[in-house]
Write a protein that binds this ligand. Structure first.
Ligand code: SDX
Length: 393
């Protein structure tokens, strides 16, 4: 339209950053946490060990792991007054709306971690966040189904504790199924960090102003909720359910290719991976294993998912656009088999990603040269002009 300003403000955007935490090679389909390939960690490690790795940069010794796990375990309860926040929500409130509010409210509770310039207080905030997100997510789930909150149990591992807080009821004993606990832990690991995605960048930008870490994580949760990002796991399972049977797949594939139709295949495509998403590969194997062990391998949704993947990977449109299943394509099938409603899929993503967000936040604030974020823009608006009185417009 008008002239584009060539004015250069003389600063480089502080929206990009250096990091040593996660590396992605989108062409090779490679994802490394502190140099370790995601498929090895998913197979050989467990989530709290991955949390230690992301936070501190190295795999822990046995003593370091025992100390770290006990610090996390001893912070899993939330302040009793926080329970009051839940009753302010309608029962049908989306759990993402609830956890965004409750995590943000944590900044009003933990005054002793507001000095973000104190490395020890940054450390305490990180541990608290990792420890409390499962409790808050489980409370949001219990609130939505009208069941009493279940307190964490310190003798359970992280994933088992979360499953018990979600599915135990006071009137009967709850035995954690080790198959589900292992699958849950693996889902946590696969979602733990992913370099500078939209929600991590949101946390970094909020944190760059010195805001309270709990408020920064709440901002990350809000961003993750979008269907183009973490909300895709819920949208994907709902799409697979809507497709319903294998014979209806071509209709949806045609819609995904139709430029006049806003429909997209949820769980497909990625800004960075232009080959396969290594997490989707592990998730698909896990879906087969979990549903097989649970005796529901003839799950119609899984059949539709596999056939949709096969058709899309052979279709010239998707091949040309380099569209492959991403982390969200199979995760919902496992979570549904565990008994979670689709509304809990993104909160589980947020719970898993909290360690990535807080590790990146900690890394940024540990840099003495860190400055407030200020993304650049290309100004395409009006050039300078004089005010016109309303009588002359
Ligand atoms: C996550 O960044 C991260 O790391 C995110 C994440 C993480 O761990 O943090 O990996 C988690 O968010 C995974 C992505 C989950 N979202 C979805 O599954 C939603 C469906 N996918 C799309 O909306 C899309 O693929 C994105 C948002 C994921 C990526 O979009 P891009 O990179 O901006 O690509 P684009 O939208 O420009 O698409 C390129 C082309 C377009 O066609 P043209 O305009 O060039 O003709 O591919 C088409 C798109 O129309 N396309 C799709 C498609 N995704 C892209 N067509 C049909 N179905 C799709 N899913």
């Amino acid at each position: 339209k008008g002239d584009v300003f060539t004015y250069d403000p003389g600063f480089t955007s502080t929206a990009s950053c250096d990091s040593t935490i996660t590396f992605i090679d989108g062409d090779k389909g490679e994802l490394l946490y502190r140099g370790y390939p995601i498929d090895q960690l998913a197979e050989k490690s467990h989530y709290l060990e991955v949390c230690y790795l992301l936070l501190y940069g190295e795999l822990p010794t046995e003593a370091e792991q025992i100390d770290f796990e006990s610090r996390v375990t001893n912070h899993t309860m939330v302040h009793e007054q926080m329970i009051k926040f839940f009753s302010g929500f309608r029962r049908d409130a989306h759990p993402m709306a609830i956890i965004t509010g409750v995590v943000g409210a944590m900044s009003a509770f933990y005054h002793d971690s507001t000095d973000v310039n104190d490395p020890w207080q940054r450390e305490v905030a990180a541990i608290r966040m990792i420890a409390k997100l499962p409790t808050i997510c489980a409370m949001a789930f219990k609130y939505s189904v009208g069941q009493p909150f279940v307190y964490p149990k310190n003798d359970l591992d992280y994933a088992s504790n979360f499953l018990r807080m979600c599915f135990a009821v006071p009137c009967e004993e709850y035995e954690v199924n080790p198959i589900l606990s292992k699958a849950m832990d693996r889902i946590f690991t696969l979602h733990a960090d992913h370099e500078q995605n939209a929600s991590t960048s949101t946390v970094r930008l909020a944190g760059s102003s010195g805001a309270n870490p709990f408020a920064c994580i709440a901002a990350g949760i809000a961003c993750l909720w979008g269907p183009a990002h973490g909300g895709a796991n819920q949208a994907c399972l709902e799409m697979l359910r809507e497709i319903g049977t294998v014979d209806r797949i071509p209709e949806y594939v045609a819609r995904a290719k139709d430029k006049n139709d806003p429909f997209r295949l949820m769980g497909f495509g990625h800004r960075v991976y232009k080959n396969f998403d290594p997490r989707a590969k592990v998730m698909k194997e896990s879906a087969d294993e979990v549903l097989g062990l649970l005796g529901i391998e003839d799950n119609e949704t899984l059949k539709v998912a596999k056939e949709l993947e096969r058709i899309a990977l052979e279709d010239p449109y998707f091949v040309e656009k380099k569209l492959y299943p991403n982390v969200d394509f199979y995760s919902g099938i496992i979570l549904e088999a565990m008994g979670f409603p689709t509304s809990m899929f993104t909160p589980i993503f947020a719970l898993s990603r909290t360690v990535g967000w807080i590790s990146q936040w900690k890394e940024m604030l540990g840099d003495p040269n860190q400055k407030i974020g200020r993304p650049r823009q290309l100004y395409l608006g009006a050039t300078t002009r004089d005010y016109v009185d309303v009588s002359k417009r």
